[in-house]
Design a protein around this ligand. Sequence first.
Ligand code: HMG
Ligand code: MG
Length: 297
Amino acid sequence: LTTPAVRMVEVGPRDGLQNELVTLSVQDRAQFIRMLASAGCSYIEAGSFVSPKWVPQMADTEQVFQELENLPRTTTLVALVPNLRGLEQAPSRVNEIAIFAAASETFSQKNINCSITESLERFRPVLEMAAQKQLPVRGYVSCAIACPYEGAISSAQVATVTRKLFEMGCCQVSLGDTIGVGTPYETKRLLQEFSDEEKKQIAVHFHDTYGQGLVNILVSLEQGITTIDSSVAGLGGCPYAKGASGNVATEDVLYMLHGMGLETGIDLMKLVDAAEFICALLGKPTRSKVGAAIAAT
Ligand code: HMG
Ligand code: MG
């Protein structure tokens, strides 16, 4: 491996909390994000500006950002937005936004109530307004390996949607194994669709439903990927992808990367404190094996 450092994207406060039964208070959500930032997470997806009818757990995200107004700007805070209305709600502490498309037509309908083509049209003015506000835009392509409704998704289709997002102005595209079923072989095949130049702007986003997250990340690193999404304590899932469990746990990824001599800038022990804080609030044990092992010693 030649990767000197890996850029971690902490999605716990958004992907993690969006799928929990408990809806946390604005103060608790903000405190969670402060703890992640003080552990060294420099890029945090802090919430989403979506319909509270669709995802009640993400209601009041505006207030969460307002609570974080004084968080040092060395931490980039990202918000997921599905449409112009979402971006209009974003307060000044939002440093970057993420739009989310899918490689599966059915998932697109179930998740954002429109086709893939309609979603891209809907994102166009979002990207234009973001450019005016000088906000970088990250794109997601969900169902990059499989769809909960359609089954296997072709890598060529994933590449087509990804390239459209780049053409429209996304600075990075994160490929989501939304239901966490992909194997290393499928991950490699997917990433081989992209050139080395493209891979510099691609992130991987593995849910860990079938326990393949870490090994898929290893394959991704070997393929030249340097940005990894993960969620502290392995929280998360998508409300519109039934049965999908949380993202690969950040603690587990850090243990692997640090053990390979790859820098992340995150302090594992402090991250475990943030995991304990959030798990206590949610009333559930961590899904991170590393977190559980550290807690037991
Ligand atoms: P819709 O029903 O087609 O749109 O929803 P609409 O324009 O008719 O709006 C419906 C209601 O939502 C209206 O309210 C709007 O005002 C309101 P009502 O008149 O019924 O009272 N509304 C909004 N409210 C707040 N903020 C907004 C907003 N827009 C409309 N921005 C819509 C379309 C996109 C809004 C809806 O489908 C939605 O919110 N979907 C979000 C679903 C979601 O958040 N899913 C999880 C995130 S994606 C994910 O987890 C995958 C990922 O992690 C990668 C991976 O793992 O693969 C990223
Ligand atoms: Mg996800």
